[in-house]
Write a protein that binds this ligand. Structure first.
Ligand SMILES: Cc1cc2nc3c(=O)[nH]c(=O)nc-3n(C[C@H](O)[C@H](O)[C@H](O)COP(=O)(O)O)c2cc1C
Length: 464
């Protein structure tokens, strides 16, 4: 049996995730594993020379492929994303067709589900038979029990290939639309006063839909709008995964390209941020992904302080809830307020015009008001994952986060709520007395809303 492994770690051979493959090589000496360090080698692979051809040949001869990758910002590393786009741009998906596929990642379990949903979707878009995902935490490999579980996953996968088991597609088939959007002249602009508005797009070219959306947005604003084209920004490369930033938020690339300066002086300082881009293979482009990955110099500390964010997306956004989940998560843990999305899916210029102008107005109003939506599960649970990791296992690697979390009271463990815990225990004791328990159970619904009712009563008194 031949298996091609596509390694998505920028660390190449030093990838911790790759240890799972090395483990399989020991346990299954009869299986031929060929590993390609995609994320590390992608700049060379993109030259479309012998290296790229070697990968395609290997995939063609393989019975299956394994995506082996670390989680990078809700998905995969930008260079693996670039590889996936590269395959599609070169119409080489056919080499993947009908192969079995599996995905192995390591992470701290922060949005590993969105990364695996993405990889499964891509595998199925390429016509592969996607078996399953395996997503252990980054140090789980050290536990014998965890390796034992992994062998079951692998064994089932190999049996599946040997027996040519049927596998049903689980992700939706995306239908792509082509939109001819022509923005009209804006007659009623939104006054943004002194608000700093920044629009960042990946490829601004006259006539492309993203550019037209950006144009409509900026013309809807009465005030200064900084428009940034990522393709023109000097960015030396993707995140290297070196975690040099963990100590004091200093990136290895600092001073070597424009990214950090831009991030500090423009991106973080804006009041209103608009992200604009085209869907490429189930997410925005790899350039956008690189922009996100490189923001890791902030490590696990939020970059924002209540900024309002909007998205302008060209492509099938409504068919890709994963994209929305990623951005909600990203801005919720980043302490910004993601207010809304506009896509070109309606394929109706008048509708798109209206939606963009409304988004512009909403963003300015929300910024003036200081609006902060309550975070939902992604931001709420995400911060708890970070909090626990930074407090304990990752403390030594991410000293800057530890200091930030301590200063900003993010180590808000419930154990510290001594009074509430005492009340809870006392209540349990009281509830052990049967007649009291009966009384409380009868009162519980009214009891919970009693303080709310008190506030409403005061509010109506103040109003009258
Ligand atoms: C830039 C960057 C982004 C990351 N993003 C995530 C993430 O979104 N979710 C997560 O759980 N872990 C994330 N991690 C942690 C890595 O996935 C984890 O350390 C992984 O085990 C590294 O594997 P590797 O040694 O194979 O590269 C990130 C790490 C880096 C450096």
């Amino acid at each position: 049996m031949k298996i091609t492994v596509l390694n998505g770690s920028p660390k190449g051979e030093l990838s911790g995730t790759l240890k799972y493959i090395e483990f399989l090589k020991i346990k299954y000496p009869n299986i031929d594993f060929t590993v390609f360090h995609i994320s590390k080698r992608m700049p060379a692979i993109a030259g479309k020379g012998a290296e790229y051809q070697k990968i395609l040949d290997s995939i063609e001869k393989a019975d299956a492929i394994i995506w082996c990758f670390p989680l990078y910002f809700y998905l995969v590393h930008s260079e693996l994303k670039r590889f996936i786009e590269f395959i599609a741009e070169n119409h080489d998906e056919a080499v993947f067709a009908n192969k079995y596929a599996a995905a192995i990642s390591t992470s701290i379990h922060f949005f590993d589900h969105t990364a695996h949903a993405y990889i499964q979707g891509i595998s199925e878009d390429f016509g592969m038979r996607f078996y399953d995902s395996y997503s252990p935490a980054m140090f789980d490999f050290l536990k014998q029990s965890s390796r034992h579980q992994f062998l079951f996953f692998a064994d089932r996968f190999f049996a599946c290939i040997r027996e040519q088991r049927p596998i049903a597609r689980q992700t939706n088939v995306i239908s792509h639309i082509s939109c001819a959007y022509n923005p009209a002249t804006v007659h009623k602009k939104v006054n943004a006063g002194k608000k700093r508005v920044i629009v960042i797009a990946d490829h601004l070219e006259k006539g492309n839909t993203v550019s037209s959306m950006v144009q409509r947005f900026s013309q809807s604003i009465n005030g200064d709008v900084e428009i940034v084209d990522l393709s023109k920004m000097r960015i030396s490369g993707g995140c290297l995964g070196c975690i040099k930033c963990g100590w004091d938020n200093t990136c290895r690339y600092e001073g070597k390209d424009d990214y950090i300066d831009f991030y500090k002086k423009s991106f973080m300082k804006a009041d209103i941020i608009v992200i604009a881009g085209k869907i490429k293979g189930r997410f925005l482009s790899w350039e956008w992904k690189r922009f996100m990955d490189r923001s890791f110099w902030r490590t696990h500390s939020p970059s924002f302080n209540g900024q309002q964010v909007g998205l302008l997306v060209s492509g099938p956004l409504s068919q890709l809830p994963n994209v929305m989940n990623v951005f909600y998560g990203h801005f919720e843990v980043g302490h910004a307020n993601l207010l809304g999305f506009v896509s070109d899916e309606s394929n109706d210029s008048i509708v798109i015009d209206d939606q963009i102008t409304c988004l512009a107005k909403d963003l300015v109003d929300a910024s003036n008001y200081g609006y902060k939506k309550p975070v939902m599960f992604p931001g709420y649970a995400g911060m708890k994952v970070f909090r626990d990791e930074i407090y304990c296992d990752l403390k030594a690697f991410f000293r800057a986060d530890f200091k930030y979390y301590r200063k900003n009271k993010i180590f808000n463990f419930p154990q510290k709520k001594r009074f509430n815990r005492f009340l809870g225990s006392l209540f349990i004791l009281v509830m052990k007395i049967r007649p009291l328990r009966k009384m409380f159970t009868n009162m519980i619904k009214e009891g919970i809303v009693m303080p709310h009712n008190k506030i409403l009563k005061n509010e109506s008194l103040e109003q009258s």
